[in-house]
Design a protein around this ligand. Structure first.
Ligand SMILES: [Zn+2]
Length: 83
């Protein structure tokens, strides 16, 4: 079970589940085959304000929420066509 914040730079011990956010991912075996098990990760209250978790081929990593919203804003701007 989860014992610490999933942010390695924080690693705050988990005492109260009502604080922060739990993330659930499908677990994979070493051979990459899906196995019927769920992995739980927790971000503490402070970390979950600015980050979320993302599952990658190498495991789970933290992603800054702020950088995501910046990308969305940039993508929404359309360039006027030069005549
Ligand atoms: Zn944390």
């Amino acid at each position: 079970m989860v014992k610490n914040c999933a942010n390695p730079k924080c690693a705050k011990p988990l005492h109260y589940l009502r604080e922060g956010r739990i993330f659930v991912f499908d677990a994979e075996s070493d051979s990459g085959k899906p196995i019927h098990r769920m992995e739980h990760y927790w971000l503490c209250g402070e970390c979950s304000k600015t980050m979320r978790l993302e599952k990658t081929g190498q495991g789970v990593r933290t992603v800054l929420k702020a950088s995501l919203s910046v990308h969305k804003t940039v993508g929404a701007i359309s360039q006027p066509l030069a005549s």
